[in-house]
Design a protein around this ligand. Structure first.
Ligand code: SAH
Length: 508
């Protein structure tokens, strides 16, 4: 039997978090993904490189694959035994021609399943603070196509009935017919004072909302050059937006933020950005790798009882040290008697996860502060093990040595350049789709510049906010010709997020 199957999957309206669990599973298990313009590109960013991606939406010159060709493509791919995920914006059966695609599959004897999605008809108003129903305003809503030829004699739309017989009206694909839609509704009895909202690119950072009435909105939209893709919401519920516009008032609303940390470390920063209403785009510029040579680390682990102190400066340091300890057939019992220092709360938590108690966490995370705090505790001649990255700065061991300690700085992991493809990143910068770049270390800046390989770097970054985690990262950016807009007061991820948040607040 042929194992080919087609999943008709709703990708949701744009916010990548609005795909269903089942939809995401279909993306992950697909051999082929067939998608169009309205599916969020972020959903496709993490699929395995073996998955074939086929774009069937409109190209920049406005040319789209014909529906018949799409149908045939689905049939061919499934007949060749593939798992095909047909990803469609919103819900596949709401004006998505999903019904036609399903019919073709049935006619060709191909197995298929439908995974409904969150339709823009409901989600775009919701993200604009408009509930499509409300007990005080209306008890029904209708979703209507707005692209029916307005000059058609026998309209499929019963204007007389929808104008007065239904509550909230949501038109999709209606922007070019907006004046006609408003006229028809008024002609058939809706009050010209009925509030109307247009929501463009709902649920995305580009979301824009324009509010007017049936009498005014067409002119207002023309003036504001308001275009597709947008939903038109007609009804009293629009007034609730004044009270309920939650998304647009988030501190990082409208901001797409580039995260350049390693893949393993990116998620914490991304999560914090998204909590504040921004959209995080991960483009790892660095990768964490094991040391090229374990001689020094193994030697240090071989003589652990000699150390009075161990200072961990990162979560990676903890992870790679503990992994190596285990490989050498040792565990936390071999750390007995050693005072443990963690430079920050995350590193402390990483140690604690191994069942270790941390003796000291400096109030600030710079070498000077760490040493100042330790000075009173260190005794002359104390031996300190510093399991760190290969590119770590020399200042910490230097200062500790000046304070009388005997320091062993041992490479425990390496930071290497990631091998990413910057084509999409470049295009996004060109189109001004990225608003904030974040750099969390000097190496993220260096490798960002290397991977981007743009001879017009300054031009690409014009108007883009560049946020740096601290003075050393900023200095590297400056050397490479990148102007830093913001610098974190405290050199932590939380400090960086705070700086970004503060700047967007003051601009509002
Ligand atoms: N199946 C889709 C609709 C496809 S028709 C769904 O369920 O959402 C395409 C129309 O959907 C666009 O012309 C626009 O009216 C609307 N649309 C889709 N995504 C949108 C978004 N993020 N914001 C506003 N309107 C959107």
């Amino acid at each position: 039997m042929n194992n080919g199957i087609v999943y008709l999957v709703g990708a949701g309206p744009g916010d990548p978090g609005l795909i269903t669990v089942k939809g995401l599973e279909c993306i992950q298990k697909a051999g082929v993904i067939v998608y169009d313009r309205l599916a969020s590109p972020k959903l496709l960013a993490k699929i395995s490189p073996e998955t074939e991606l086929i774009y069937v939406g409109k190209s920049p010159d406005g040319h789209a694959m014909k529906q018949q060709q799409i149908n045939q493509l689905l049939v061919d791919k499934a007949q060749s035994g593939q798992i095909v995920t047909r990803l469609k914006g919103g819900d596949p059966f709401v004006f998505g021609r999903g019904g036609e695609e399903a019919e073709t599959l049935v006619e060709n004897g191909i197995r298929f399943e439908v995974v409904p999605g969150i339709t823009s008809a409901v989600a775009a108003p919701a993200y604009a603070g408009i509930p499509v129903t409300h007990r005080d305003a209306t008890s029904s809503f209708a979703v209507i196509t707005g692209n029916e030829d307005p000059t058609k004699e026998n309209s499929n739309i019963a204007w007389d009935q929808i104008a007065t017989g239904l509550g909230t009206l949501v038109f999709l694909m209606g922007m070019s017919n907006l004046p006609v839609i408003c006229d028809k509704l008024v002609q058939h009895g809706r009050s010209p004072a009925t509030p109307v909202a247009l929501v463009r690119w709902g649920t995305r950072p580009e979301q824009r909302t324009l509010v007017g009435t049936l009498a005014t909105i067409a002119a207002e939209a023309r003036q504001a050059k308001f275009k597709n893709p947008a939903v038109i919401v007609v009804g009293e519920v629009v007034r609730l937006r004044d009270k309920l516009a939650w998304f647009e008032s988030k501190p990082l609303f409208g901001k797409r933020v580039l995260v350049t940390r390693s893949r393993e470390q990116a998620s914490e920063l991304s999560r914090q950005i998204e909590e504040l209403g921004g959209e995080a785009w991960e483009f790892p510029t660095i990768r964490i790798a094991a040391p090229a040579d374990y001689t020094a680390l193994d030697a240090a682990i071989g003589k652990l009882p000699l150390y009075q102190w161990m200072i961990f400066t990162s979560v990676n340091g903890v992870k790679y040290f503990m992994d190596r300890l285990k490989i050498l057939n040792k565990d936390i019992r071999n750390l007995q008697g050693i005072e443990l220092v963690a430079v920050g709360p995350k590193t402390k938590a990483a140690l604690e996860a191994y069942g270790l108690l941390v003796n000291y966490v400096p109030g600030e995370y710079r070498a000077e502060q760490i040493t100042a705090g330790l000075k009173e505790k260190l005794k002359p001649g104390d031996r300190v093990l510093l399991p760190r990255a290969d590119l770590a700065r020399q200042i910490l061991p230097q200062l500790l040595a000046e304070a009388g300690a005997v320091v062993e700085d041992v490479i425990t992991y390496r930071t290497v350049a990631a091998a990413g493809d910057a084509t999409r990143l470049k295009a996004m910068l060109q189109k001004r789709e990225l608003h904030i770049l974040t750099f969390t270390s000097a190496s993220t800046v260096k490798n960002f510049v290397k991977l981007l390989a743009a001879d017009n770097l300054q031009e690409l970054l014009q108007g883009v906010t560049v946020a740096s985690i601290g003075p050393i990262t900023s200095a590297t950016a400056c050397e490479l010709g990148i102007e830093v807009t913001l610098e974190a007061k405290e050199s932590t991820i939380a400090g960086l997020v705070e700086a970004i948040r503060g700047s967007s607040k003051s601009k509002k």
